[in-house]
Design a protein around this ligand. Sequence first.
Ligand SMILES: Nc1ncnc2c1ncn2[C@@H]1O[C@H](COP(=O)(O)OP(=O)(O)OP(=O)(O)O)[C@@H](O)[C@H]1O
Length: 173
Amino acid sequence: MVLGQRPAVTTAMRHARRSYVIPASAQTSDDSPDEATLAILKPDLLANPFTVASILDEIHSHNITISRRKQVHWTWAQAGEFYSEHRERFFYQRLLGYMTSGPILALELRAPQVIARWRQLIGSTHPARMRINNPTCLRAKWGLTDTRNSFHGSDSSESAAREIAFVFSSLKT
Ligand SMILES: Nc1ncnc2c1ncn2[C@@H]1O[C@H](COP(=O)(O)OP(=O)(O)OP(=O)(O)O)[C@@H](O)[C@H]1O
C-alpha cells in the first residue's frame, strides 16, 4: 500500500466490521452488573474430555463467561478445608474421598446474577430426585449419587469470594 493512500474497503472488511456487533440473541436484557461464582466440575466428569467440552458449551450457551479456569488434583487436606463446614456431617469422609479421587476443573463464572443462575442450572444436591423434578438440570443429566453429584456452585456472594480466592490463590492449590 502506498503511504498516505487509504485502502479500498472490500466486502470482507465490511463483514469483519459487522462481526464486532454483538448479536441481539447474545445480549442479556438484565442490566445488573456482572457477579462472579465458583463452579467445580467434579472428578467423575473429568474422566471424559467430551463430557467436559459439552458442559463448557452449555455454559457458554447461557451467555455465562468463563473468566478463569484451573484443573487441580486436591489433597485430602485441601478438600477438607474447602468443605470444612460439613466436617460433622455423615458424608464428610465420603465427600473427601470423592473430591480427591481425581482432578477437578474449577471455573470462575461471570454474568449478571450468575450465583443463582449457576445453581439453578446444576439443580439441587440429589441427582435421583432431580431426574424426577428437574430432568434438564446438569445434576439430573450427569450426577451419579447424592455425594457424587458432579457439580459445585457457590451459594452466596460471600462464599463465592472465599471459594474463588481459595482455588485461584497459588498459595492454596
Ligand atoms: N445428604 C447427602 N448425602 C451425601 N452427600 C451429600 C449430602 N449432602 C451433600 N452431600 C455432598 O456434599 C456436597 C456439599 O454439600 P452442600 O450441602 O453444600 O450441597 P450443595 O450446595 O448442593 O453442593 P455444593 O456445595 O457442592 O454446590 C454436595 O455437593 C454433595 O457432594
